[in-house]
Write a protein that binds this ligand. Structure first.
Ligand code: PSU
Ligand code: MN
Length: 309
C-alpha cells in the first residue's frame, strides 16, 4: 500500500490492513460539528471501543494540519474534538483543506475518500446526508450520496435523519444504484425514530448475507459503488415519531427564517433538533452510534470469512 506522503495511515490500521484483519472507518464531522463537547469525543471513543471489542480495528478519519489521516490516536482525537477552528470537510473540501494546511472533521463523503484510499471496506456513522427538504427551491443534496455511489465500501447508518426529505433521499439512492439494506427491518430507519411503514428497504437477517452481497457487487459484478446497511436504533431509545416530526418542522422553519443554507444547514438543524427534544436526542444519538459501530465491526469480520464454494 504505497500512498503519497499527504495521506497518513496510522500504524495499527496499516498493520491490520496488511495482515488482512477487519477494519472499520469512522467519520469525524460528528466530532467537530455533529455533537456538543465533551459528548462528541466520548461518542467517537465509545465507537472505537465497540469496534475493538468485536476484534476489529477502528480507523478514525480526519484532516489534521493538512494531512488526510486514516487512524487517529487518543491525543489527536482529543485535540480535534476541542478544536473550535476545525472545518467541516466533505469530499470536495479535502484538497482545499490539505492545500491550506488546516484541520477538520470529515463528513460521510469526506470519510469515504479516505476509506477508499486506504482500502477500508466498512464504515460506521450515525446518519447519512441526503436530499434536503425544500430541494425544489434550493438544490441542496448532500455529496454523501454521490460518494456512496462511487466508493466500494459498506456504510452502516441508522438510515437518515427526518430533517431530510426521506422519500426523495431514497429515490436518489435508487437512481445512484446504491443497495439499501435494512438490518432485520423492512422499514427505512429515521435516526431518532425507527421509521414509518411507507418507506421500505430490503430486509437482511444475517451478516453473512450482507458480506455475500458485497462480494457479488464488488468482485463478481465489478460494480464499484457502495452499499448502505441501515439499522434502527434500539426500541428503548427511540423517540416518538410525532415528537420528531414536530421538532423537525420547527427546526426547518427556524433555518428558513434565518436564511441558513449550504454546509451550515445540517449542523444547524441537528443542534436545533437536539434543543427541541431536550437531551433525549443526545442519548439516542450516542446509543445508535455505538450500535452502528458494533454492527459494522461484525460485518467487517464477516467480510473476512471465506466466500461460499
Ligand atoms: N447526520 C447526522 N449527524 C451528522 C451528520 C449527518 O445525523 O453529524 C453529518 C455527517 O457527517 C454527514 C454530514 O456526512 O452531516 C452531511 O452534511 P451535508 O448535509 O452538509 O452534506
Ligand atoms: Mn448540503
Amino acid at each position: 500500500m504505497a500512498l503519497p506522503p499527504e495521506i497518513v495511515v496510522a500504524p495499527p490500521v496499516r498493520a491490520a490492513l496488511t495482515e488482512g484483519r477487519p477494519v472499520v472507518a469512522l467519520e469525524t464531522a460528528v466530532l467537530t460539528h455533529g455533537l456538543p463537547r465533551p459528548t462528541n469525543r466520548e461518542a467517537v471513543a465509545a465507537m472505537a471501543a465497540a469496534i475493538e471489542a468485536v476484534g476489529a480495528t477502528p480507523a478514525i478519519i480526519a484532516v489534521v494540519d493538512g494531512r488526510l489521516r486514516v487512524g487517529l490516536d487518543d491525543d489527536a482525537l482529543v485535540d480535534l474534538g476541542e478544536n473550535r477552528q476545525a472545518h467541516k470537510l466533505g469530499a470536495r473540501d479535502l484538497a482545499w483543506a490539505m492545500s491550506a494546511g488546516v484541520s477538520g472533521g470529515t463528513t460521510v463523503s469526506g470519510t469515504l475518500v479516505g476509506a477508499r484510499l486506504a482500502g477500508v471496506e466498512v464504515f460506521a456513522t450515525g446518519g447519512i446526508g441526503g436530499v434536503h427538504r425544500g430541494w425544489r427551491d434550493h438544490r441542496d443534496i448532500s455529496s454523501d450520496l454521490e460518494e456512496l455511489a462511487r466508493t466500494p465500501c459498506c456504510t452502516v447508518s441508522a438510515g437518515a435523519k427526518s430533517i431530510l426529505d426521506l422519500p426523495a433521499t431514497l429515490e436518489a439512492l435508487e437512481s445512484l444504484a446504491i443497495p439499501v439494506l435494512g438490518w432485520r427491518t423492512e422499514v427505512f430507519p429515521q435516526f431518532y425514530a425507527r421509521g414509518t411503514d411507507d418507506l421500505r428497504v430490503r430486509k437482511v437477517d444475517e451478516l453473512a448475507a450482507v458480506a455475500e452481497l458485497c462480494r457479488l457487487r464488488w468482485r463478481v459484478l465489478e460494480q464499484p459503488g457502495g452499499v448502505l446497511l441501515t439499522q434502527p436504533l434500539a426500541e428503548e431509545h427511540a423517540l416518538d415519531q410525532a415528537v420528531v416530526d414536530r421538532a423537525v418542522a420547527d427546526a426547518v422553519a427556524q433555518a428558513s427564517a434565518l436564511g441558513i443554507r449550504g454546509q451550515d444547514l445540517t449542523p444547524f438543524l441537528l443542534a436545533a433538533l437536539s434543543d427541541l427534544t431536550v437531551g433525549a436526542s443526545l442519548t439516542a444519538n450516542l446509543a445508535l452510534l455505538v450500535a452502528n459501530a458494533r454492527l459494522a465491526a461484525r460485518l467487517a469480520c464477516a467480510l473476512k470469512e471465506p466466500a461460499p464454494a
